[in-house]
Design a protein around this ligand. Sequence first.
Ligand SMILES: N[C@@H](CCC(=O)N[C@@H](CS)C(=O)NCC(=O)O)C(=O)O
Length: 200
Amino acid sequence: MGKSRSFRALWALEEAGIEYEYVAVEFASNKNNGAQSDAYRALNPQGKVPTLVDEELVLTESGAILNYIASSSSNLHLIPSNDLKLRAKYDEACYFILTELEQGLWTNGKHRFALPEERRVPDILPTADWEFNKAIKALQTFFDGEDYLVGDEFTMADVLLAHTLNWAESFKFTVPEKLLTYKNKMYYRTACKKSLSVIE
Ligand SMILES: N[C@@H](CCC(=O)N[C@@H](CS)C(=O)NCC(=O)O)C(=O)O
């Protein structure tokens, strides 16, 4: 599950300095450790990852998980909390990544390997590519790859963006050089390297 959206949660936990137990699950399997097992689907009805369990709280959706981790952290910079306008820009950036930027990638992944074979439509792949390029162009109108995505500090929006750009690179999508440099800088952070070592 290393390259999956679970990595966002792991990286966020490391940035937040919160202790955690990482439980790997196997995609599309209904074995004991399977994402489609009854036990796992009781937590995450679609049998997807990530899922965060904190005592009685069960959270799915990587964006919500990141915000919860950031708000639980003693590192107060991970999510803008006392500047309403900065928080609005943070939300805008996160929603953009989750609903626009990653969609072309996910469409590509679903129609190449993630969906059941009979549901895949290979003809959609060039459109997924086109949609990703359109979203990358839009991203460049408000972020040029310098420093951080929102405000002057590293936030969870950087976790989302860097992970999504890494995903794009591994799927061989075209990512502008400056954004790749930004992504590499984010992946060089101690917390990111620690989370990579958890899944390797
Ligand atoms: N919107 C969800 C998407 C979760 C998702 O689709 N996860 C993928 C892995 S990155 C998954 O579990 N796929 C397995 C499947 O679709 O059966 C989130 O951001 O957490």
